[in-house]
Design a protein around this ligand. Sequence first.
Ligand SMILES: NC(=O)c1ccc[n+]([C@@H]2O[C@H](COP(=O)([O-])OP(=O)(O)OC[C@H]3O[C@@H](n4cnc5c(N)ncnc54)[C@H](O)[C@@H]3O)[C@@H](O)[C@H]2O)c1
Length: 247
Amino acid sequence: MQINLSGKTVLITGAAGGIGRACAQTLAEAGAFVVAVDLNQTGAQETIDGIGSGLALGCDLSKPDAVTALAQRVIAESGGVDSLVNCAGLIAYRKGINAVSVDEWDLLLNVNLRGTFLVCQAFMDGMKARGGGSIVTFSSLAARVGGIEVGIHYAASKAALIGFTRTLAKEGGPHGITVNAVAPGVILTEPVKRQVAGHEEAYTATIPLRRLGLPADVANVVLFLASPLSSYITGTVLDINGGMYMG
Ligand SMILES: NC(=O)c1ccc[n+]([C@@H]2O[C@H](COP(=O)([O-])OP(=O)(O)OC[C@H]3O[C@@H](n4cnc5c(N)ncnc54)[C@H](O)[C@@H]3O)[C@@H](O)[C@H]2O)c1
């Protein structure tokens, strides 16, 4: 069966980044109209230019007013969304609780957790009114096993998203809205490449599939979660880690 998202509008946050851009490309290839959102508006526009069609919008998800304005514009221009892919996030590498300042804690939680909350809140009523849809949130291997190199603030934000996802799944279910989280392992995007440089083999040795992940590995799962093929899956966490953690 071919996945066909023609006629569907998908909003992807973090669409200028490694995984977000791969999601945008993959869902667009399946026929979706992609709204690419990122703090980096130029990068979001590059994602849309690479696809050839769609809408690129700049937005700082840590700012509630900016998310409200984003939703108003998207609803005005595209009539609403069928799928939300909440990929935007800050990855922070720190060791030890004392290495994290209160300001850093607040920033990570505001972008990763509150940003996802604000986006879902802004579009939830519209999705209910459309009679269904799908929401994907971005957790992490760090939420499953504790951070390996990432900071405690990052792991906390990604673990909180699992409770968020399950609670929203209970609200969305009666309206035909599925809500699921993905929990990527070590995926080779720019911030991760920089961090693992010099010790990639140490990771590879711990991964049953013996390779680090690629953005496409995540995008393919997001495609599945945004498609009717996953219509009876909600409130779950899909681990995409080559077997580093088997839930
Ligand atoms: N790469 C990995 O190994 C990995 C592992 C687990 C989870 N994740 C999660 O996957 C998602 C994507 O990660 P990535 O590796 O592609 O990172 P990335 O840095 O390449 O992309 C993240 C994107 O989020 C955007 N962003 C940051 N702050 C924002 C804000 N305030 N408002 C709007 N956009 C903002 C950035 O501009 C960037 O384009 C993140 O949520 C990350 O936590 C990644």
